[in-house]
Write a protein that binds this ligand. Structure first.
Ligand SMILES: O=C(CO)COP(=O)(O)O
Length: 129
């Protein structure tokens, strides 16, 4: 692994925020060496729970935060996206969710939408060379 800090975006829909907080807790040591970005509410909740993390909250997802992260993907400013999606609830900003996951696919950015996949992504990105 290079000395450059990994840049990871963390996003969760409301029904999945507790799952993401729990996941961050499990991986807090690896994440403490990364530069983290989050949509507004997700990012602030992570900071409330883990104030030691280098987390920058952006706008709330429905108010442009998903699109800010999409732009970071297009500008090659992220190494991974952890996005715990709620598959059971309709979202007024579904188009933003789709745009964000689409860009992660377009740019072949490692994207995890559940804790088990996120485990693989963080292990893959932090393993020694
Ligand atoms: O809605 C979201 C992602 O689509 C998440 O946004 P918040 O973190 O602001 O709740």
């Amino acid at each position: 692994m290079s000395d450059k800090k990994l840049r990871i975006a963390l996003v969760a829909h409301d029904a999945k925020k507790d799952n993401l907080i729990e996941w961050v807790g499990v991986h807090r040591e690896a994440l403490s060496k990364a530069q983290l970005f989050g949509t507004g509410t997700t990012g602030k909740r992570i900071l409330d729970n883990f104030p030691e993390l280098d987390m920058t909250p952006l706008f709330s997802g429905p108010l442009g935060g998903d699109q800010q992260i999409g732009a970071m993907i297009a500008e090659k400013k992220l190494e991974a996206l952890v996005f715990f999606i709620d598959p059971m609830s309709p979202m007024p900003h579904d188009v933003d969710v789709k745009a964000l996951t689409r860009l992660a696919t377009v740019y072949d950015l490692p994207m995890a939408n559940s804790p088990s996949t996120a485990n693989f992504v963080i292990q893959g990105l932090t393993r020694p060379d």
